[in-house]
Design a protein around this ligand. Sequence first.
Ligand code: ATP
Length: 512
Amino acid sequence: MDFKNLIAHCKEYGFIFQSSEIYDGLSAVYDYGPYGVELKNNIKQYWWKSMVQMHENIVGIDAAIFMHPKTWKASGHVDAFNDPLVDNKDSKKRYRADQLIEGYAEKIEAKNQKDIEKAREKFGDSFNEAHFRVTNDRVIERQKQVDAVLGRLAEAMKEGDMDALGAMIAEYEIACPESGSRNWTEVRQFNLMFNTQLGNIAGEEGKLYLRPETAQGIFVNFLNVQKSTRQKVPFGIAQIGKAFRNEIVARQFIFRMREFEQMEMQFFVRPGTEMEWYTYWKETRLKWHKALGTSEAKLRFHDHANLAHYANAAVDIEFEFPFGFRELEGIHSRTDFDLSQHQNLSGKKLQYFDPELNENYIPYVVETSIGCDRMFLAMISNALREENVPDAEGQDSVRTVMKLHPALAPVKAAVLPLLKNKEELTNAATAVYDRLKISVNCQYDEKDAIGRRYRRQDAIGTPYCITIDFETLENDTVTIRERDSLEQRRIAIADIPRVVEEGVKMENLLLS
Ligand code: ATP
């Protein structure tokens, strides 16, 4: 399903609404609706169970959003959490300079793609793309240009050289995508942290930041957690919580938001063992994604070519969103950078005594960091599709179905009396619903023809529909319909909870 329709579907079916929509919305801020909140909670539960509950050496915390302002000085966010900002003087639109330059490189690459597609059509099955890329003069020339542009961009970003970015925009004659104007301001650094002011302290001293990542709440609590839980290195601390970034350009729905939620885990290890753990967490996190049934072709690793100064290895798990492969999760080997910085600035020792080595050290950290909202978008775009299926009369019809893993589905079962004005049927259905709601999130629905009710449940990804009909009144059996196979079978009322609970339980994910 294309991206526009996906966004419309999320609104129509109560998954995601634009924030403050009646006031024309607040850009890059979204509200989760009744089905959205269920799906999001299930994603968080899957992450928490697999990271905390399934690892005896990982514990959770829930730190406050506000932290002492020195935290952000120590972490480097005050000085370096910037994006290069450029304004177009004519259209008054703001852009990220690096994204404008990337867009320029993408346009050149798109021309190559066009030539490749043309050649593919011409040569048919015998076409060899790799060979074509290294032998076609025009394609080679353009590839050189792309490499040169991206090379210069990476260098300028590494050096924080805003003038170099401005020079590239001028030299490549990059125009404002909205207006076509090339009338740009200088490129300047823009800090992405939101700030606010404490009521009782005036001036800089009272300036507070809304955390741009959850990780720092874990670092500053490192010793509190280690001592109170008597964990031994290697061990991890996990947290789910809100983060805020004043993104300059926030498009692509919930992919890039100004207020979002992160699920982060910092794993503290003995210095020198970090690469083993980095490999372990890369594999473990990919397995977590694959267990959901996400096709392997939609997931890939992307190693960071330019490492942050404190990292000695970093990789993204990318997912193929409707607008291409993009970062879904980051796995970073962060050395002892954060703990050392906090130790220096706070003057408090953040060391661990290793009884095996009989030695004190600041542990190294391997972190896994995933955006809950990006995971939500990945799951919806992977699951939502249109399918041709036979209708009640056996004719071809189209259904919109959300094939979410049953453990993530917002509603696990719908209980449907065949007719709404037959009291025997609605009473029996209500009894089934009242029992089932104790263990799973389910719905009672008596409105419209049964086929339409099935379609409504398909559109929100409900794995089971249970229909109460006249046969139910004779022999206490119901029809249970499965979302994906469309198979319908009769089971005893007494068996419904067991069948549904088995089919949707989180253990199915944790054990796979
Ligand atoms: P990007 O390069 O896309 O801005 P990042 O490298 O800055 O992301 P990290 O700082 O590594 O991201 O944050 C970890 C995770 O948090 C990301 O993998 C992503 O899933 C999520 N995330 C980061 N920024 C946003 C945002 N603005 N909206 C939603 N999720 C986000």
